[in-house]
Design a protein around this ligand. Structure first.
Ligand code: SF4
Ligand code: SF4
Length: 385
């Protein structure tokens, strides 16, 4: 296995499952199940035992390995500086080896099969990928400055489609020159790569790169931080060289172009950092710049914020495979409790996956009376003329 030689460096101190102030459990899979094997260090020792034939392959072992949400808290907080940069690569390599041997949870196998056959995890026809934009007055990409690249959730999930339309309408109001491609794109592949299916990821990425390059795309805005991450960091090595922005990075500098309503009621908003914008790409401020510039909005931070934010549990494909749900302390449920403790009226998100995960958790926790989950573009659009 790639990176196998690094496994022995983990001395199981356990700092990786905590935030930097050690006050809580911040590894989503350990938080959910409280078995050491679900923690980063435990997962690594389990992997080592498996590679040394001390433990057999099993459904349970595969579930533990694939339950990692790739949130990056362990990379942020590992006590061993020379080692921390390899943690996520080690977990991905472990998953890759499990995939090679056919040892994968059924939900992971189904997800990857749909990706392979349909280019999306919903098993929907590719021509429906662009339905979210129909009737919304969004122009097909031609000589625009930016292409708006919408992720799988934004393209196919009903709630995701609302968010994609909301982001597009906001960009229109801010006068941003953008269009959308109406054919030939498939999943960005970010979560496929995180699951260790490297060849499938490269196949998806190359399909997109061929289509983007043929259309002369140079600058891209994404709705999802997952898309932002892979287009920015993984596509260049495969021939996809673009200037990539999450839409919040465009809007942070375009808020002055909007007209705001007068006498708006005060709103207390807390922001949930998406892992693939925050920890993976160190942008904690663009969404906060937006919130701070909104009239009547007061930002109330949760205790765990920025590099210490707790993941919603949807990363690494878990949004689709659901390996972290069904327990009282699923990360999404704990996260909405965090927001309620912060005294927020609104839990703001900047990712379609986070929106769906946290809205479901809000219902399960019975907090819907006192707290709303809103995507950033929706908060802005509620307050502009
Ligand atoms: S902090 Fe680093 S060395 Fe310590 S248990 Fe976690 S991965 Fe291992
Ligand atoms: S990436 Fe996140 S979920 Fe995965 S082991 Fe590290 S802290 Fe846990």
């Amino acid at each position: 296995m790639q990176y196998e030689e690094f496994l022995h460096r983990c001395f199981r101190c356990g700092y990786c499952k905590l935030p930097s102030n050690y006050t809580d459990i911040n590894c989503p899979s350990y938080l959910a199940f409280r078995f050491e094997t679900f923690s980063p260090g435990g997962r690594m020792w389990l992997l080592r035992g498996w590679l040394e034939n001390k433990i057999p392959s099993s459904a349970r072992f595969s579930e533990i390995m694939f339950s990692c949400a790739t949130c990056g808290n362990c990379k942020e907080n590992c006590a061993f500086p020379e080692f921390k940069d390899y943690l996520l690569q080690i977990f991905t390599a472990g998953k890759e080896k499990l995939l090679d041997g056919g040892h994968v949870p059924a939900a992971v196998r189904d997800y990857l099969t749909k990706m392979q056959l349909h280019g999306n995890p919903y098993a929907m026809p590719s021509k429906k990928r662009f339905q979210w934009a129909e009737g919304s007055g969004i122009a097909p990409f031609s000589n625009h400055e930016y292409l708006l690249f919408v992720d799988d959730v934004g393209a196919y999930d009903p709630r995701g489609r609302e968010i994609a339309r909301s982001v597009a309408k906001l960009l229109q109001r801010a006068g941003v020159s953008f269009g959308v491609m109406m054919e030939n794109l498939v999943s960005d592949g970010n979560d496929v790569k995180a699951m260790g299916e490297t060849l499938l990821f490269e196949d998806l990425a190359r399909q997109n790169i061929t289509a983007l390059n043929a259309s002369g795309v140079k600058k891209i805005i994404t709705v999802s931080p997952h898309t932002f991450n892979t287009l920015k960091n993984d596509y260049p090595a495969l021939g996809g060289q673009y200037q990539v922005h999450h839409y919040s990075q465009i809007m942070a500098f375009a808020m002055g172009k909007l007209m705001y309503m007068a006498d708006l009621p005060p709103l207390r908003v807390t922001f949930h950092d998406p892992c693939y914008l925050g920890r993976h790409n160190t942008d904690y401020e663009s969404p906060r710049m937006i919130l701070r510039s909104l009239p009547g909005v007061k930002v109330a931070e949760m205790d765990r914020n920025r590099k210490n934010a707790l993941c919603c549990g949807g990363g690494g494909g878990n949004f689709f495979t659901d390996l972290l749900s069904g327990v009282d302390d699923s990360p999404a449920r704990v996260r909405v409790r965090d927001a309620a403790i912060a005294g927020a009226d609104v839990l703001a998100v900047a990712c379609p996956q986070c929106a769906v995960m946290l809205e479901d958790a809000l219902k399960t926790e019975g907090l819907g009376e006192k707290l709303r989950v809103m995507e950033m573009s929706e908060i802005i659009r509620e307050r502009i003329l």
